[in-house]
Design a protein around this ligand. Sequence first.
Ligand code: PEP
Ligand code: MG
Length: 569
Amino acid sequence: MLKAIGASLGIAIGKALVIREEVVEVKESKVKDSKSELIRFNNAVQEAIAQLHKVIEDVKEKLGSEKAEIFEAHLCMLEDPEFIGSIQKKIENDKFNAEYSLQTIAQDTAAIFEKMDNKYMTERATDIRDVSKRVLNVLMGVKVTSIADIQEECILVAKDLTPSDTAQIDKANVLAFVTEIGGRTAHTSIIARSLELPAVVGAGKGICEIKDGDLIIVDGGEGNVIINPDKATLKDYEKRRKEFIESTHELLKYANMKSTTIDGKTVELAANIGSAGDLESVLKNGAEAIGLFRTEFLYMSKDALPTEEEQFTEYKSVLEKMNGKTVIIRTLDIGGDKKLDYLPLDEEMNPFLGYRAIRLCLDRTDIFRTQLRALVRASAYGKLKIMFPMICNLQELRMAKKILEQCKDELKSEGVAFDKDIKVGIMIEIPSAAVISDILAKEVDFFSIGTNDLIQYTLAVDRMNEKISYLYDFYHPAVLRLISLVIDNGHKAGITVNMCGEMAGDTNLIPVLLGFGLDEFSMSAASILRARKTITNSNFEKCQKLSQPILTFGDSDEIKEYIKANIKA
Ligand code: PEP
Ligand code: MG
């Protein structure tokens, strides 16, 4: 059995599909018979075209036309006589082997695109590389699994899945996934929770034991992976799986309740989403608002920066579907573990401490303004609040607000209708912001505590690194003190304080956060009903009294014991 990090609740039993990263090394050689080499190349191109047609058809059917656009662009490249013609010439005239001819022309073409002034063209370099890799794989007989292309029921096993790989998963075929690296608050894990897909991450080199077709059990709650279980274990997990499904079903009775404690304190239970597509599960689970819309997933689903119009359409659709309920939309938070293929950023030693989120937006104001204009326009269609991520000082907040005001002025002079009183908030996810939260509170309408990052920055523990995940601790007294401080400072200034990090859905800590006075809990849709059960079984006054001593403890084990003995709902 592999013991790792439980990233998303649920039990799955199925055949493993191991995704290996194939390293293909291309050798340069000359061929005697360039005619048959040319035929070999042309056949490979035709095979790649056929693969792409199939991928496009499947992706369109399962995930919608938008997600298929990138593959359509690849198809155009394989049908481009200039690009393909130069490779054919290199084979025919210079008598180089097909693999080498393809690779050199692809590299040269990508380099030309990269140097162009036009951003759209520079972004095409990635497509050239991707599509050439597809043809190269055919030529070299390398079998690759495209996640969007999986046809049979399986459990994915991979070194890592990027957030955009995970967003392509079709739950009809993928029952769960297991990865070698990653942490509970990495975005891949967060997406698994929003898909309600069992997942175990950070399983280390142990995953090498898993072969394609092995029967495996994934227990996403306990973080266990069992490879080729014996009959008794299999029976036991089939029973547990059934019980998990039944208990999840049982929770549906909490879907239409208010989030009110036994003694009458009502808080707001909200959902975190990555796209309008997540709303079905949000509404099914009875979320009262959207506490965090991570807009970067909209950017990831495209193969170029989304236009103002595309963004406006998506934001408007979420606001309309939420039908008057609050939707907090966070401005772009790219960087860290979230990358855009078409927006290459310099390699950084510490990407989580680097050019990320609001830092990037305040530098690339062209990107920021496009998003803010789309948001302001969408505000006419519901109750929109705008939130800035990764604010670390007052200047950043003031600059972001100033640009927002400029966008509003522009739209006003263009005669566009929008909500004149859009509320603006910030994420408190950097310790410096938590420490000066009394000052920041005077300049915003709300705070939302982003514990995923706040913990990694407070404890200096990379949220992605499974080797040090034992140090990534929700219960660390420093983290709990900062949270309590931010709530108090927010309330002193008369603003609401939310939490949208994964800690908000931790049923052991919810009574403590209630006691600290948190106003809104925002989490993956799949966690809402369990959270509501905890809240409706809690006594607010008791939580208030019992949570105070926690701020005097020095050790997280002590805190866990105390909560278990005194507070757990
Ligand atoms: C957080 O940091 O807690 C948060 C909600 O933002 P993200 O997970 O997207 O970094
Ligand atoms: Mg964050």
